[in-house]
Design a protein around this ligand. Sequence first.
Ligand code: ZN
Ligand code: ZN
Ligand code: FE
Length: 756
Amino acid sequence: MSTDSYTKSVIIVVKGVVQGVGFRPFVYTTAKAYHLCGNVSNTGEGLLIHLEGSADAIEQFCTILRDNPPALARIERIEIREYECKNFVGFEILDSLHRNKTTSISPDIAVCEECLEEMNNPHDRRYGYYLINCTQCGPRYSIIETLPYDRSCTSMKIFKMCPECQAEYDDPANRRYHAQPISCHACGPVLSLMDKEANSIAQGDEVIAKATELLKNGFILAIKGIGGFHLMCDASNESAVATLRVRKKRPKKPFAVMFSHIDQLCEYLFPNEQESRLLTTKERPIVLVKKGNRSLASSIAPDIDTIGAMIAYTPLHHILFSHFPSPLVATSANRSDEPIIRNAQELRERLGDVVDFIVDFDRDILNAVDDSIVQVIQNRRTTLRMGRGYAPYSLVHTGFTPLKILAVGGQQKNIIGLAYDDKLILSPHIGDLHTIEAMEYFQRSVETFKRFYDFQPDIIVCDKHPTYATVQWAKDQGKHVIEVQHHYAHALACMAEFGLNEKVLAFCFDGTGYGDDGTIWGGEVFIADPYNYQRIGHIKPFRLLGGEKAIKEPKRIALALLFEVYTLAEVGALNLPLLHHFTSDELALHHQAWEKRINAPLCSSMGRMFDAIASFCDILYENGYEGEGGQRLEERYDPHLEAVFDYTIENGVVDFSTMVQKIVFLAQKKEFIYIATGFINTLEAIIEEFSDNSCDLSIVLSGGVFQNKTLLSLCVTRLEEKGRRVYFQEKTPINDGGIALGQLYHAVHGAKSHHG
Ligand code: ZN
Ligand code: ZN
Ligand code: FE
């Protein structure tokens, strides 16, 4: 091309998830196709493109960039400006420029179809290669040490590519062009099988046959995935699953199950269309799906009618399944709710008494990331746990903050968040911060995100709860701290996801959170905007008999509700299944504690209310897992019953006394379906009544209680029928995993107003 045709010269900056998704090869091929000269490079900000050529060609290039970018890219912004001509010759891909790090990091992606075809093709040089990947698939976040996203900044840096891999990496026409984690049998990490004492049993390809044989024999294997290890065993082997339960000291909480492909899943479960689609997306989340005709080991998900299901997502999973015919239990390798374990040594130290064998490979997981969990409600995806595939998650808001803000989230299901410029970024699920290990993981995540985004916070946002570990941590950092009330943060999280800036009517129903008056809240009605909120309603507080103990033993909450309505003598005379779970001495002691307010703090939590109703329904008395009461209650919901209970609302305070009396009457007759149905319908009626009184406002439904599919669907349907605009979180967690997002949303608005 002659220099005469250089009629225009532009610089294009592309921001968003643009690194590690095959963007530079895409730019290269497109530029070549339009005879454009210049170069492209990854920078800390995103992607930088210099283009020289005819104005027409540049315009066509930009159209393709906007309309047809690589499948995995998420473009947030494209900036184009003219530039003085440099007379570039040809088009090239430059080495990354190390500048400030504000680009978004791609989450980890399931192996793609093309890679799977190669892996299954005996004539391909990667036949049976258990770590196959390309620009369109494979690990990202989990192996990145720092930005920009280049092999030298990942845990693949210690593996030198063989000449064949290098040639693919260097060839712009190849689908592995600049794919950072690529490798092959000759040059990549090697698979190994060992026992729990770290004795080697097999290496490389031999591992597969040995490992599947062990699974067939009922052993429990820890198998390395993308963001951590899974504990796996044969999902149709009752004794293997039962052994895993005993060893993991996890009596009831359901285990996730991995299927080889969607057809296999459909033999066992009944996914609807939307669920099937989600199961096979490149993010490959765990999806809650209804159980089907063919059954798996019954102890996988006792007493409930759904299974957390996922489809194989790493090449290694697929190879294992080609040797193993049935579904596999695949639960995170951790101790109860602790962070997922990411290396074999830690695995042996912490789960040596749980696993029999370990399948490992020497590509290190630098950033642990748990499987995501979603469920379909009202044809929309709702997020119960935001991890692999979805996180790190970034969204853009309409404002701009000149400050750097770190949000430390809540105490349970912790996620941290960052805000700068117009961006809000969320980490993957970190977990419950009740242990030293979990707090260490929290701090490591803070450091990782500070490194990724070159971030020193000016402001730290936290909850108001004085004993949350994150709150204490925030206050120890010597920075300006903003505290945001827990349930207000729930409402804000939803507003952030939908970019709502106006006043909304928010129903924040969840487990427990620290209220402004020092009591425990959780059944709250607010009028809120991003700056402030007003508590216009709540359920009448009741007492948590035994404090924290009441959360573990829902029967105590049911008893407290009885004491609100009946005398001790009257309670003693009731013929309730619930009361068989107390001796008469215990009843007297509890009543005394209730009366004298000894270790019986007040709370207005809707989550606890659900637990109490589950106790009245003879479902759940003690030691449930979080959310069990709600989940099992909704399984007893009968949509054909027109059951609804009386309640009163006075000055915004919802009094359930008459409902409790009615429930007691029904429970004595064992009318549990009527109770479960009536309770859920009553909550909907209450929401409707508050909504009718604020008919000009949009409605926000947030907090863990709305993970209840029946309740959420009912509310959305009824309110939308009335023409109301209803919002609930889809992409970000509706439970405490969303707290950091809400904290950020408040802070960016506050920070903005401070600085004009
Ligand atoms: Zn691929
Ligand atoms: Zn190679
Ligand atoms: Fe909460």
